[in-house]
Design a protein around this ligand. Structure first.
Ligand SMILES: [Cu+2]
Length: 206
């Protein structure tokens, strides 16, 4: 993947007090009180670290939207999960829904799939800029660019993608946005849409 992204590794660091702190004898009550407090800190720290790791391990719930085919019938679903640096996208398309092969896949600027078979109401690519389309474009990419969707010989598709070109909040704000599947492969360099052809499926993201 040529999209640079930094995987945020959550590293739990527990600072351990020197054993000498526990072994240090003292006759003063005040210091004795401090010693258990210190001990508690050192035993709590790993617990807090574990809790923090636990929080990171429980992924936020995805937002799931139906994908409509050319006739406006549901042909699958797309799930979007916000990450700190982008969006995880999971796509499932049912068997028989699409012609096999690579199909252009983009995020478009409006969450409107109501003009079935055309899907022009979804507008241009999210963040469209003249001459900037394509993951292979030295002047690109556009924020809505994604790798092609590979449709299998039975007409089904499954994909798990990550993009750091947009955030889920951007996709869901205002008039929403749309995940569009095109009739042809996106070559990721031709303007304005990589020769990806007509729009054959649409999921409104709101
Ligand atoms: Cu498109």
């Amino acid at each position: 993947m040529n999209l640079p992204f930094a995987a945020a590794g959550l590293i739990a660091v527990a600072s351990l007090a020197a054993p000498a702190a526990f072994a240090e004898p003292t006759a003063k009550g005040l210091v004795r009180q401090q010693t258990p407090a210190t001990a508690q800190e050192t035993t709590t720290a790993p617990g807090q670290a574990a809790a923090a790791t636990g929080q990171a391990a429980s992924a936020p719930a995805p937002d799931t939207y139906e994908i409509l085919g050319k006739e406006g019938k549901r042909i699958g679903e797309a799930s979007f999960t916000a990450s700190p640096h982008g969006v995880l996208i999971d796509i499932t398309v049912e068997a028989g829904a699409l012609p096999p092969g690579k199909r252009g896949l983009h995020l478009h600027e409006k969450g409107d799939c109501s003009d079935h078979g055309e899907f022009k109401k979804a507008g241009s690519h999210e963040g469209h800029g003249e001459g900037k389309h394509g993951l292979l474009n030295p002047n690109g990419p556009e924020p809505g660019d994604l790798p092609n969707l590979i449709v299998l010989s039975d007409g089904s598709a499954q994909a798990a993608l990550f993009t750091n070109l947009v955030k889920l909040d951007q996709l869901k704000d205002g008039d929403g946005s749309a995940l569009i599947i095109h009739a042809e492969k996106d070559d990721h360099i031709s303007q304005p849409i990589g020769n990806a052809g007509a729009r054959v499926a649409c999921a409104a993201i709101k």
